[in-house]
Design a protein around this ligand. Structure first.
Ligand code: CAA
Ligand code: NAD
Length: 307
């Protein structure tokens, strides 16, 4: 009863069933938060091992949340964790996973070809009323939806969550040129129903947060490359001198160095208004780490060693 009162989803959201495509760090977080607020969730990934990792991520994160919510009641806490996890159904079948969804949130690798193909498949398999959302960090929603018909395009938008999803309160609601007003209204109601704050914005590169954050992260890497200071000292400086919760290198490792490289390479090559912008030019240090498979926290090593 207590758990229901704390996490009962807003009656004003028409969205009840959510399908999340991609069971990595973001997809698992989005599935977790949706299930926490009583939505029925399917978590879809091409890779069964990724789904297992996603379930472990959710169990660990929910245990953290539950410990704070029910400090004196360990049994209530573990029942609550089980109940939330029980609302997330993992599957490797896209068509089956989206079949009865009111909202699909895509959170797969940051690659335009993969996302375009996926949106075609999702639009075919999902019900006609279903909202189609991408959690892309950097790709234009208009391009992701390029091959859809006008009716499906009107239901397509960006829902950009932040890492770690259970903790970060913001969701950018991205309105592409083709997105209908009804889709934005429903998406805003959904974001509020899961206890987050929406910020509505246009479909421009990086939306709001990443357009400001990425130049900062890349400039920190260039500071390191120029030998101005060690990574640890730059992190300490920004945490204690500028009040950031993480230093830039901790943040790069947290986001994932592959994701960071996908974003900046994409903008440098073809970002609307950003093509050739030296803020996003390739960094030898970043390239070297990604080529070596050092992708940050998720692979056990990035700028720092987490093993
Ligand atoms: N699940 C549940 N709760 C979590 C959590 C998780 N995965 N991670 C952290 N928390 C909670 C902790 O339980 C703790 O809660 P209380 O304060 O209520 O006790 C709180 O978050 C703080 O955690 P910690 O004490 O362990 O550590 P911290 O103080 O260093 O905070 C942090 C961790 C919240 C991640 C903080 O360091 C932070 O805000 N970092 C910056 C994160 C950020 O900038 N994210 C955006 C990245 S950019 C992006 O996501 C967009 C993109 O497209 C790339
Ligand atoms: P990740 O590498 O942790 O997870 C990606 C998952 O997608 C993997 O499990 C992979 O198996 C799966 N996948 C790949 N192709 C698929 C397909 N066709 N169908 C189903 N599953 C597929 O990546 P992530 O960090 O969770 O990022 C996912 C998306 O979210 C990207 O678009 C990224 O830009 C965006 N994003 C990332 C962050 C961040 O901080 N990492 C923050 C906000 C948004």
């Amino acid at each position: 009863i207590v758990a229901r009162a704390l996490y009962s989803s807003s009656a004003s959201s028409p969205i009840k069933r959510v399908a999340v495509v991609g069971g990595g760090q973001m997809g698992a977080g989005i599935a977790q938060v949706s299930a926490t607020f009583e939505h029925g969730v399917t978590l879809i990934d091409v890779n069964a091992e990724a789904l297992e990792r996603g379930q472990k991520y959710m169990a660990k994160s929910l245990a953290r949340v539950a410990k704070k919510k029910f400090p004196a009641e360990p049994n209530v806490a573990s029942d609550w964790v089980e109940a939330v996890l029980g609302r997330v159904r993992p599957t490797t079948s896209l068509s089956e996973g989206v079949r009865s969804a009111d909202l699909v949130v895509e959170a797969v690798v940051e690659n335009i070809g993969v996302k375009q193909k996926l949106f075609g498949d999702i639009a075919q398999a999902a019900p006609g009323h279903c909202l189609l959302a991408s959690n892309t960090s950097s790709l234009p929603i208009g391009r992701i939806a390029e091959h859809l018909d006008a009716e499906a395009k009107a239901r397509t938008l960006g829902l950009h969550f932040f890492n770690p999803v259970p903790q970060m309160k913001l969701v950018e609601v991205v309105r592409a040129e083709h997105t209908g007003a009804q889709a934005i209204e429903s998406a805003v109601a959904f974001v509020e129903s899961i206890g987050k704050a929406p910020a509505v914005c246009k479909d421009t590169p990086g939306f709001i947060v990443n357009r400001l954050l990425l130049p900062y992260m890349m400039e920190a890497i260039r500071l390191l490359e120029r030998g101005a200071a060690e990574a640890r000292d730059i992190d300490t400086a920004m945490k204690l001198g500028a009040g950031y919760p993480m230093g830039p290198f901790e943040l790069c490792d947290y986001v994932g160095l592959d994701t960071l490289k996908f974003i900046t390479d994409g903008w440098f090559k073809e970002g609307d208004g950003l093509r050739g912008d030296k803020a996003f030019a390739a960094s030898p240090k970043l390239d070297e780490l990604v080529a070596a498979g050092h992708l940050g926290v998720k692979s056990g090593r990035g700028f720092y060693d987490y093993s």
